[in-house]
Design a protein around this ligand. Structure first.
Ligand SMILES: CC(=O)[C@@H](O)[C@H](O)COP(=O)(O)O
Ligand SMILES: NCC(=O)COP(=O)(O)O
Length: 249
């Protein structure tokens, strides 16, 4: 968390996966997620998130390697907990690695990692990431048992999956998903974790999440890239930053 005077500021990590989605749709060289990342940084992004999925539907290895050489901020590499991805991370040594669940057939990440069900494997992954100097984060639902498991695995950070909150349609379900996230953030902070959040956040639902005390960083991609089609990427990033700054003041 950065400071404004003595106030913590919620950071914005911009996910550029969906610039690559557009490129892969035609197999062209453009639009380049590397250029997107640099423009996002110029507009104030505090970090860049990328998720080289196992099926390589958007981000490619080349994108990660070039970004490692060109980013001015920090790379948050989202990855499945597989031997291949761990070896790739060991080669790249990103500042942050966020372990996420992956299903080939899913349209997008559907929920958090089941840490409880694979503690030994995730503990081993966290210690390999710590050894190479990368901060490990676990992408989990706001569930106390999963948070406890993240602590046992030795993860210094978690990212709370906000997808169910973003998908909720009735005011009651939005409020109930929001309360779960808020309670999860408070509990994880009390357990000494760094707490990030993200997935499905957009220009109309981010302010409430950014206002939760103690959140370190929000990772936001799809909505920013979508808005950039109309207003340009720098403006889209600036508008999202303004929302976060206003809400977390
Ligand atoms: C884990 C996560 O929330 C992001 O990486 C997101 O999944 C990116 O978009 P896709 O799910 O569409 O790949
Ligand atoms: N981890 C969440 C992320 O990086 C961005 O998710 P989205 O905003 O593209 O849904």
């Amino acid at each position: 968390m950065a400071q404004i005077g003595d106030k913590p500021r919620v950071l914005l990590g911009v996910n550029v996966d969906h610039v690559a989605t557009l490129r892969q749709a035609r197999g062209t060289r453009y639009p380049d997620p590397v250029l997107a990342a640099l423009l996002a940084e110029e507009a104030g992004a505090d970090g860049i998130t990328i998720h080289p999925r196992e099926d390589r539907r958007h981000i490619q290895e080349r994108d990660v390697l070039v970004l490692k050489e060109t980013l001015n901020t920090r790379m948050n590499l989202e990855m499945a907990v597989t031997e291949n991805m761990l070896q790739f991370a060991e080669r790249v040594k990103p500042e942050h690695c966020c372990l996420v669940p992956e299903k080939r057939e899913e349209l997008t990440t559907e929920g958090g990692l089941d840490v409880l069900a694979q503690e030994a494997k995730i503990t081993d992954a966290c210690s390999r990431l710590a050894e190479m100097g990368s901060e490990a984060s676990l992408f989990i639902d706001a569930d106390f048992a999963q948070i406890d498991a993240a602590v046992r695995c030795g993860a210094p950070a978690i990212e709370i999956h906000t997808g169910h909150y973003a998908d909720a349609t009735s005011p009651e379900s939005v409020a109930s998903e929001f309360e779960k996230i808020k309670a999860g953030v408070e509990y994880a902070l009390s357990q000494g974790l760094i707490v990030n959040a993200g997935h499905g956040l957009h220009y109309h639902n981010t302010d409430a999440i950014a206002a939760i005390k103690g959140i370190n960083e929000l990772n936001i991609g799809h909505s920013i890239i979508a808005h950039a089609v109309f207003v340009g990427l720098k403006e889209a990033v600036k508008e999202m930053k303004a929302i976060i700054e206003r809400a977390s003041r």
